[in-house]
Design a protein around this ligand. Structure first.
Ligand SMILES: [Zn+2]
Length: 290
């Protein structure tokens, strides 16, 4: 059983604190030029008991035997009708879908465009995680059931790039279900080095049941991310720190190229076979139509 857990808020503080604080001088220079206030992910770590209960259901579920097409409802929240005001063009939404589908090609899941709606609302445009503005936006815009991906784009407050709900949370709060992503992080956006669409890949990973690769840190007794082929990692990695090995007790280098770490978009390019299996199991356990 896991003995310790890094609360989401502490993980975020640790990430923010990482900028410009590397031991290596070259890394320090590289990181000093990075955005000082970006928070890679606002998704909170679930409680141990919640994860344990979810794990029982995921392990009991048979993965999908055919390709599952997941309908995606894009909710574009903007402050005006220009692209710079968050009015993401359809081509960019389609490019995001292509990024998502490339990421999950090792699973039996794929994403298809189901619809796009556009809402001009300055308060919702800067909604924060857990805010009343977020609740109002989702109450008005959420569509479908547990198997529909509700994908909100906006410009979240406090530099947060995105957050997601987990599949096991659907039953207790269906309206909250989905991912929220900074519109500038979509492919071709302005949020470099986070503008290749992998903020959404990471958040959709959470939405489908994946945890951070650094969940549980280096604790050898930890259940960590419940995936056997992602080596343990002390904290989220930033930039693209080749050769980082933050857990001496763990076999394998830190999984800096994994979508569920905190590295730059250009650095992350894989879900492992174990993660793909978990995606399928979690889908069947929590999101597949009855
Ligand atoms: Zn995350």
């Amino acid at each position: 059983m896991r003995r310790s857990l890094v609360p989401g808020s502490l993980a975020l503080l640790a990430l923010v604190g990482c900028y410009g604080s590397g031991d290596d001088p070259a890394e320090e220079v590289a990181q000093a030029a990075r955005p000082p206030t970006v928070v890679r992910c606002g998704t909170a770590s679930p409680a141990d008991a919640t994860l344990a209960a979810a794990q029982l259901r995921i392990e009991a579920a048979a993965p999908p035997v055919v390709v599952v097409e997941v309908p995606v409802m894009f909710h574009v929240i903007r402050r005006g009708t220009n692209a710079s005001a968050g009015n993401v063009p359809l081509a960019q939404l389609n490019a995001q879908l292509s990024v998502l589908n490339a990421a999950v090609q090792g699973s039996r899941l794929s994403f298809v465009l189901a619809g796009v709606d556009r809402t001009t609302n300055r308060e919702w445009f800067t909604m924060g995680h857990g805010s009343s503005a977020e609740a109002q936006a989702k109450m008005a815009l959420h569509r479908g059931g547990p198997g529909t991906l509700n994908f909100y784009t906006c410009n979240p407050s406090q530099g947060v790039l995105g957050w997601a709900t987990f599949p096991w949370s659907y039953s207790s709060n269906p309206t909250d279900d989905g991912v929220v992503v900074n519109f500038a992080s979509l492919p071709g956006g302005t949020a470099a080095p986070y503008n290749l669409g992998d903020t959404a890949t990471h958040e959709v990973g959470h939405w489908m049941g994946l945890l951070h690769t650094f969940q549980g840190g280096c604790d050898p007794g930890s259940a960590a991310d419940f995936v056997s082929d992602t080596p343990a990692e002390a904290t989220g990695a930033t930039g693209c720190p080749t050769g980082r090995d933050s857990c001496a007790s763990s076999t394998g280098m830190d999984p800096i190229h994994n979508f569920m770490d905190y590295t730059d978009d250009a650095c992350m390019y894989e879900f492992t076979a174990g993660q793909s299996d978990r995606l399928g199991g979690a889908w069947q356990a929590f999101r597949a139509p009855l």
